[in-house]
Design a protein around this ligand. Sequence first.
Ligand code: B12
Ligand code: SF4
Length: 567
Amino acid sequence: MELHTRDVVVGNPKIHSGSFEKHPKGTQARILLSSVFGPYAQDDEFGSRSINPMELYHNQVTRAQGSFSLRMFHRSWGIMMIQANISAPCAVLDFPTRDDFARQLKNNHYDVVGITGIIVNVAKVREMCRMTRDLSPRSVIVVGGHVAAIPGIETMIEADFIVKGEGVSWMRRYLGEDESAPIRHPAIVSGMRTRIMGIRLPERKGATAATIIPSVGCPMGCNFCTTSAFFGGKGKFVNFFESGDELFEVMSRMEDELKVNSFFVMDENFLLHRERAMRLLELMKEGNKSWAMSVFASANAIRKYTMQELVELGVSWLWMGLESPRAGYSKLQGADTRELTRELREHGIRVQGSTIIGLEHHTPDNILAEIEHAVSHDTDFHQFMLYTPVPGTPLYRQMAEEGRLLRDVDYADVHGQFKFNFKHAAISREDSKRFLDWAFWRDFQLNGPSLYRISRTLMAGWKRYKDSPDARVRARFARDMGRLSGVYSSALWAMERQFRKVDREVSEKIRALRREFRQESGILSKMVPALLGPVLLWTTRREERKLARGKTYEPPTILERTNWVEA
Ligand code: B12
Ligand code: SF4
């Protein structure tokens, strides 16, 4: 069931995406929207890969950090978004097994079966289309998400519609609804089943941030960027919430519904839209909102703000591209990213750097220095990805024209965490993985566990802002300190001991930070580490043993229905 780049039969499309008549039952049609089936963290014939689990951090950020790796799952937001914006009866099935999916098709009659996937999932999408034809032959099959960007996808899967780009308006149009009606944002808890140091964190209402999706796509149009390309490319993107007012309204509703005061803002370049962000800040001040926000932003977009504006806006976590300055991406132009990172962290803003390995100018001679430059940013988290021409992007087209795409690479392996899928001028496919692994390892070795690094940034922010004249800012840092200082100190206690044998220097740094926590925090959190620390040390070591035995984690299957009346 492997699907290779060479399987594409260009020029023989069965379906032309976009041209269609609306569904005869309109909003009475019963819809199933499903993500691709698991389990994910294993090697199988449908394109699951143990190296590619359904986990953001463990997959591409903290994967070299062993039991200190942050592990959690994120729901499939695209289909949740579609479900929240149609009035037809709709079931979302997230992370099913193959059997779950089959059972759903057998036990219900769905008029429309929508499947979401990305490029690595194409063999699963193909299998799910096959299963739907077999078990529910009258259902219309609609496939959406980034998998639709594969050239010639029409010839690989048996679907009735393949939707490239934004899906809410497509589905509304298909059901005869008003596609330009305002977007209703679903209540999304950003992560679930969070684990670190061998324990699963309790899932209290309000403890986890809400995900907010203001837009999809990015107008910067970097040549390798698939999200930008999928929603129109350079200069284009789809805005769900145009103004700061709309965003404020959505966030206030989430605050009420989910009892949260922190938000994971899923917008590729949130800070690029300064007018919207500054209006949001104005409303936050008026409404006395002490919100925290995790955002993605490019360095040049961040530079449009003063540190004070960022802090007042509640930016507490920033995901920023740290491509080599020699790569010439306009999002970095003029930015000294090391200086910027240091400054952000001094203001209590956790920085998640993202660096591409295997850019065109990389050679075996310069790449180690480039990795060294990346890790010298000393970010709180660091994502590394291989330079990857992904179908649908300008880079992919360029590589295809130059005849540099490797034709025998399975799509399941085109995800940037394995090996090159193209011929690099200086670095071999095998070496690409070695350099990638080195980058993860070097970052961990030099900078220590991310949990230590975020504790350090929190401490810097707390010291700087505990007496801030802005009560909202003060409250935000006090909240984090109050809630986390006991837990962080305990984690630091365990980390310090765990690292004594491995790396004395890191252990010393952790110890120094632990002392600061002791000085700055209340009596309770001074006492907690003595009790909780040894427990965490024990769970950490137990987790190390489990991981060494090959333990992996899978997300739970979730079924959610809206506008549902039993048939
Ligand atoms: C959250 C996320 C994840 C979660 C997955 C959660 C899940 N349940 O699947 C985690 C962190 C686990 C993850 C993992 C990976 N991810 Co990811 N992920 C994202 C992220 C950041 C957000 C996705 C999202 O919700 N966007 C917002 C929603 C609204 O947009 P959307 O999903 O595109 O949906 C819209 C349309 O596509 C369309 N649509 C979607 N589905 C459907 C279905 C139907 C029927 C219809 C009609 C329309 C439709 O309508 C939606 C509304 O407009 C995106 C980046 C991004 N900004 O999108 C990357 C992204 C999707 N991931 C990507 C990749 C490469 C991966 C990994 C392979 C990464 C890796 N190597 O580490 C793994 C693969 C995991 C696996 N085993 O399958 C790439 C996909 C590239 C591609 N062209 O295929 C993206 C685009 C990031 C990037 N720029 O490289 N990911
Ligand atoms: S700035 Fe980031 S999100 Fe925007 S196009 Fe470039 S890589 Fe993509």
